[in-house]
Design a protein around this ligand. Structure first.
Ligand code: NI
Length: 252
């Protein structure tokens, strides 16, 4: 059995075949989904999906690429966090790859959302792209815990994030040949990993380039098992335990 700890079933790409995507995932052994919001609308949608389906949970937050002077009012996050199926704040963080014109504002909004998470004792789900040092500095300063979603940094940074209280979210990249993430997975204790698809993005091999779906989580977990030379069943069990320990509101 698998848990997709980070998926965007709230993405418009799943609008037309949502039920089919869920049933394919179920047939592939995916028992639960954490649907991640990235702005106000997608966060509300994640929560309404979580209300309708027992196997869906939500995280709510403002993604760094959605940060601009028009989106800085995040009162809506404060209104959603007390919902019992909102189990974390995310995805939040820093992204200097797509647009680095709002660096300062991104940092401010990242900080604000971490403070909210601390206040409500919820983990943060962190997105970091071309911004690993700034991300680390903020997390070190705020002293909170959570998941480094779709981790792709170095082994050295991985150890530092783990020391702060973070788990590494491992996605489809781990199935790509020559990905340095494979070395990171090999070297890092299984206790520090969780599995995710980040669907509809980043489909694992052999579906690379296609729309990703939670059903492909199996490929990701099997790859982790291969790299670590442990049975897939053992990896599945461990990843579910890790997820449960991170998300106190998750009821499996
Ligand atoms: Ni994501």
């Amino acid at each position: 059995m698998y848990i997709d700890t980070h998926t965007h079933l709230n993405d418009p790409q799943f609008k037309d075949d949502f039920e089919a995507v869920l049933s394919r995932a179920k047939n592939a052994g995916v028992q639960s989904f954490i649907v991640s919001g990235y702005d106000q609308k997608s966060s509300h949608l994640a929560v309404s999906m979580a209300e309708k389906y027992p196997q869906i949970y939500a995280t709510v937050g403002l993604h760094p690429s959605e940060v601009n002077p028009d989106t800085i009012n995040i009162d809506w996050i404060g209104n959603l966090v007390s919902h019992p199926k909102v189990i974390g704040i995310g995805e939040i963080g820093l992204d200097y790859y797509w647009d680095d014109s709002q660096k300062q504002l991104q940092k401010e909004m990242f900080l604000k959302q971490i403070e909210l998470a601390k206040k409500h004792q919820l983990p943060v789900v962190v997105h970091s792209r071309k911004a690993i040092e700034d991300t680390y500095n903020i997390l070190e300063q705020t002293k909170h815990y959570g998941i480094m979603h779709c981790y792709s940094g170095s082994l050295e940074m991985a150890h530092l994030f783990i020391k702060l209280g973070f788990l590494l979210g491992i996605g489809g990249v781990v199935t790509f040949k020559n990905a340095h993430l494979r070395d990171v997975v090999q070297q890092i204790d299984l206790n520090c990993l969780v599995s995710e698809t980040d669907a509809p993005y980043l489909a694992p091999h052999p579906y690379r380039g296609k729309r990703n779906e939670p059903q492909y989580l199996r490929e990701i977990v099997n790859e982790i098992a291969l790299i670590k030379q442990v049975s897939s069943e053992e990896v599945q069990k461990k990843l579910i335990q890790n997820t449960q320990l991170m998300f106190a509101r998750l009821k499996l």
